[in-house]
Design a protein around this ligand. Structure first.
Ligand code: ZN
Length: 237
């Protein structure tokens, strides 16, 4: 009872400081070990408007002896803002470990306890879904592929006129263009799978699969705002 009471006061105090800091949202944070109740497991990582905070409904304590907490969140999460850094958790032996802060209880359980996924799987899925939501929100055409398909372009032709000619003076060398393919963060596939557009930190190379040609390549300073958003997914990692 005392513990529940304490959680009630603590959450109230946290809510007050979130309000006075003029942050619009809070995130529900469950403790990551095997004693966490199903209700707190399911709420873990959820973001709510601070004005909708209701203890026992969407904020701790959710039950007697609840150990969950809340933290300020600037956005509603759907806008792509995720908690950064690390959070405390335990592994299957109960040993203290650090895990990525944006991992939810369900993710933690799958990776560290049930081992149905690896941490790498989790990261890949997270990146993929961020990229897909940016594609949708910004109405970017084509299908995003992550991780980018491995492609041996060593025998592909290089359209020098398009990359270095007067019409499109991108000033990208053949060697650079091939490197943009192998170092790409992701690929956008267009024109019924005939065009594989590789984008990375340094630059982009568009490969025509049907023509076995690197059709064009340009450096990252030519990226538009939409592409910059996609690239941002990797820069914030
Ligand atoms: Zn709880």
């Amino acid at each position: 009872m005392i513990r529940t009471e304490l959680n009630y006061i603590r959450t109230r105090a946290a809510a007050d400081s979130i309000i006075s800091a003029e942050m619009g949202y809070y995130q529900f944070i469950a403790v990551m070990d095997n004693r966490t109740t199903p209700i707190c497991q399911s709420l873990d990582g959820e973001i709510f408007p601070i004005i909708e905070l209701s203890q026992g409904e969407n904020a701790p304590p959710m039950h007697v002896r609840c150990r969950s907490t809340i933290a300020a969140s600037e956005d509603d999460g759907k806008q792509g803002r995720k908690p950064v850094g690390q959070r405390a958790a335990r592994d299957e032996d109960g040993k203290r470990i650090k895990i990525p802060a944006d991992m939810t209880y369900r993710d933690w359980k799958a990776v560290y306890i049930d081992k149905t996924r690896t941490l790498e799987d989790w990261r890949t899925e997270k990146i993929k879904s961020s990229l897909q939501s940016i594609m949708l929100e910004n109405r970017i055409r084509g299908e995003i592929v992550y991780p980018p398909p491995k492609l041996d372009v060593s025998k592909f032709k290089f359209d020098a006129e398009h990359t270095q000619g007067d019409k499109h003076p991108h000033n990208v060398t053949e060697e650079e263009a091939r490197r943009f393919v192998s170092n790409a963060y992701f690929t956008i596939v267009k024109y019924n799978g005939n065009s594989y557009n590789y984008y990375g930190r340094e630059g982009a190379a568009f490969v025509r699969m049907d023509l076995q040609t690197i059709r064009t390549a340009f450096k990252s300073d030519e990226y538009d705002e939409k592409v910059k958003k996609l690239i941002g997914v990797f820069e914030n990692e």
